[in-house]
Design a binder for this molecule. Structure first.
Ligand SMILES: Nc1ncnc2c1ncn2[C@@H]1O[C@H](COP(=O)(O)OP(=O)(O)OP(=O)(O)O)[C@@H](O)[C@H]1O
Length: 743
């Protein structure tokens, strides 16, 4: 097909030119590298008998060059096989000149003329490739808006350095490259999508990088992928000011971290901290607290059908609310006001400092510091003050003695009578001076000894106890159940936000737990207080928050809308929505959308990108044949070209029992700490599936079937939207998947 494009020869020549440019560049760099290797070798040889410090410097210089060029070279070597994926021709309105730009994953310029050979997809002008329509266009550069005309937008398929296809995009053509990319298979890792980022996604990737952003995106709209690309953009734009080590990604579990981590080096965003909220809080408070798995709690809600489910859901929601944060604020205020140093500090009759002054230091001067930092600061100020005053006090004792002595001298002329009095005065003076000299800074510690120094966990228990004293039955019950757990050192996820917040407000955060930027994926499951505490603890509001309320399976404690986040937590945030779903076929998405429209019409449904596939299959079996039917369905999925297949049950109990029955090496039971194994059928419960995707998904129930509750509808929706190409329901009736007969 490429042969037919009128510009084929020109483009082939251009590709050859680019490849030889890169190869020459690589050769020159490799030569330099060899030279530096030789230098190192020489320096090592000379180390014994020459001036060793010079040789050492030699080694250092060369080793450093060797290191940087090695990583650059590795990057370029990768690029040479596919130097670019797109081209734009842009005519600058001001100069009237038209230039062609080839867009790839690096920037390369000719050394002498500084002409661009390839431009990085993250450079400002490359934005035209993603959102520019042919004709009048503009892009934002450092110097301001650049207007002009986009005259050509072209895509290339280059495989192994060979130009295979050229596609020109005009207003009417569909993005075929996207279609090709989406029809590919998922091999258990997140892809980098720089060549096919869509306009609505590009807006999220490039939206003002100096502001927080909240993204509500439907299932499969590319939230996770886009978050990583925005991060790549951020690091590229602020490479001078930002150290990737000061960026943190928060993901729901290790399984998910493993899933995204493979995409990070491709985007040049390795080295960033990837962790879970629980792990971050553990590090921040410096204690490996035992935290009950929140999915287990979900299970309690799902499986046990306990009577107090309503109470559990209420307590979880309340602990995650900003009202609860206010309660913690009030507790901190009360605790601070228990700081009373009413007495003045007196030594030998001198007032070293007044209680009032200490209070002023604490409540006014250093009020900006966390409580315990403030106590430390006030102590150190008092100690320094005391050292200064010591000399003054000594002088005042001497002066006082001189004055008394003078008085005695003039009032008592008889020396015999006067002598014992003088001796007494001397003794008194010496005693006082000794006492002052011997008094050290410890007197300040002693003076402030009544100020309690507690551990953060003890503060939380104290806070809970105080809540339990209120005249409110729900609070009393919450306090009672929480304290019972806390006393045996068991925490729930909902306890972590208040703990983190208390840690920040009372003790302050260590540098290693503060960040310049934070990315939160699957944010619909975070509570407002969790987000608030994170903002306070990390010391930045530069958050990228992505989520989908329709998938809010933890909504009993999570978010119900984004308004609270925008109004009360990140008021400067930009808000964007992603409405298109790229993951699934039209057929699968429509089936999932039907579920939402029928059962939860207030939630957003996704608009699938036009890509057709087979209709979801409902396979009716009786109980005894379930396992056989599943095995047959798996076979069918492999045969239809799936590279990854999963069986999703409603609960973990069901997943485990199915796994035990299956007993095959080709099957893996997924838990949240596991890594997905290539080529194996993954069996997992619905709530662990969020964020992941598989070519083929088979839904099956064990003992439990999905009920018509908000939670179950969302769980089912999450499970269904994991499928890229094939979706199967295996069950006795369609109703168990909340579907009417005749799916
Ligand atoms: N512009 C794009 N070009 C190619 N593939 C894309 C594009 N956008 C998204 N995808 C693909 O769509 C799938 C879904 O992306 P991703 O997992 O990032 O979505 P998500 O919004 O986080 O999904 P969910 O909320 O359902 O977990 C991935 O396979 C991703 O590679």
């Amino acid at each position: 097909m490429a042969e037919q494009h009128p510009d084929h020869q020109i483009e082939k020549d251009r590709l050859d030119y680019t490849k030889s440019f890169i190869n020459e560049f690589l050769e020159a760099a490799e030569q330099k590298q060899r030279a530096s290797k030789e230098n190192i070798h020489e320096a090592f040889v000379n180390l014994d008998h020459l001036d060793s410090s010079l040789s050492y410097i030699n080694i250092l210089v060369n080793a450093r060059f060797f290191e940087t060029s090695a990583s650059d070279l590795a990057h370029l070597k990768k690029v040479v096989k596919k130097p670019y994926f797109g081209r734009i021709d842009f005519q600058n309105e001001e100069s009237g000149q038209e230039e062609s730009y080839y867009i790839g994953k690096v920037s390369l310029f000719t050394k002498d003329t500084h002409e661009s050979v390839i431009i990085d997809w993250r450079s400002p002008i490359a934005s035209l490739y993603y959102d520019g329509r042919l004709g009048e266009s503009s892009y934002e550069a450092e110097a301001g808006t650049i207007d002009g005309s986009l005259n050509l937008k072209r895509q290339y398929v280059i495989e192994d350095g060979v130009l295979e296809e050229i596609r020109d995009i005009d207003v009417t053509t569909r993005d075929e490259l996207l279609q090709v990319s989406l029809s590919g298979s998922a091999d258990h890792r997140l892809n980098e999508i720089v060549s096919t980022i869509q306009a609505e996604q590009n807006e999220v990737v490039r939206a003002d990088l100096s502001k927080p952003i909240v993204v509500q995106g439907v299932a499969g709209s590319g939230k996770t992928t886009i978050a990583l690309h925005r991060l790549s953009m951020f690091i590229y734009t602020y490479s001078e000011q930002v150290d990737p080590k000061n960026i943190m990604i928060l993901a729901p579990n290790d399984l998910f971290i493993d899933y995204i981590s493979e995409a990070l080096p491709e985007l040049g965003v390795d080295d960033i901290r990837q962790t879970t909220f629980t792990e971050y809080v553990r590090q921040a408070i410096g204690r490996k607290v035992k935290v009950q798995d929140s999915d287990e709690k979900l299970l309690t809600l799902l499986e046990d059908g306990q009577e107090d489910n309503d109470f559990i859901a209420w307590a979880s929601g309340y602990k995650g609310s900003l009202d609860f944060k206010e309660e913690v604020d009030a507790y901190i205020r009360d605790f601070e006001h228990s700081f009373r140093v009413v007495e003045d500090l007196k030594i030998e009759g001198f007032t070293v400092f007044k209680g009032k002054k200490v209070e002023r230091l604490f409540f006014e001067e250093y009020a900006y510091l966390p409580y315990y930092e403030r106590v430390k600061k006030v102590k150190s100020v008092l100690k320094t003050d005391f050292k200064k005053k010591k000399k003054e006090m000594e002088k005042r004792v001497e002066d006082k003695f001189e004055a008394s002595f003078d008085r005695l001298y003039y009032s008592m002329t008889n020396t015999e009578e006067r002598r014992p009095k003088v001796v007494k005065l001397h003794e008194e003076r010496d005693r006082k001076l000794d006492s002052i000299k011997q008094t050290t800074g410890k007197v300040v510690d002693e003076y402030m000894k009544d100020i309690a120094v507690w551990k953060v966990v003890d503060h939380y228990k104290d806070f809970m106890e105080k809540l339990g004293e209120r005249d409110d039955a729900s609070l009393q019950q919450m306090s009672l159940t929480s304290l019972k757990k806390l006393k045996s050192n068991n925490f729930e996820l909902e306890d972590l936000a208040p703990l983190l917040y208390l840690k920040k407000r009372m003790y302050g955060m260590k540098d290693e737990n503060r960040f310049q930027k934070v990315v939160i994926d699957e944010a619909q499951d975070y509570s407002p207080f969790q987000l608030y505490a994170l903002k306070e603890a990390t010391g930045t509001d530069l958050f990228t928050i992505l989520g989908d309320l329709s998938q809010g399976i933890h909504s009993y404690r999570g978010l119900h809308d984004w308004d609270t986040v925008m109004e009360h937590i990140f008021p400067k945030a930009i808000y964007r929505t992603l409405k298109k779903s790229y993951r699934t076929t039209v057929e699968i998405m429509e089936t999932a959308n039907n579920l939402l429209t029928e059962r939860m019409p207030h939630l957003d449904t996704a608009e699938p990108v036009v890509r057709h596939g087979q209709n979801p299959d409902f396979i009716k079996v009786d109980k005894t044949r379930k396992e056989t039917a599943l095995a047959e369905t798996v076979e069918r999925a492999w045969k239809r070209g799936a590279l990854s297949v999963s069986i999703i049950t409603k609960t973990m109990k069901d997943a485990t029992s199915l796994f035990k029955k299956w007993e095959s090496e080709n099957v893996q039971l997924l838990t949240k700490d596991e890594k997905l194994e290539h080529g194996k059928v993954a069996i997992l419960p619905s709530y662990l599936a969020k964020g992941l995707e598989f070519d083929a998904v088979i839904l099956v129930n064990g003992k439990e079937t999905y009920q018509n509750t908000e939670l179950d509808i969302k769980l089912l929706y999450v499970a269904m939207t994991r499928a890229l190409h094939q979706l199967y329901f295996v069950g006795e009736t369609t109703q168990e998947f909340l579907y009417p007969e005749g799916l």
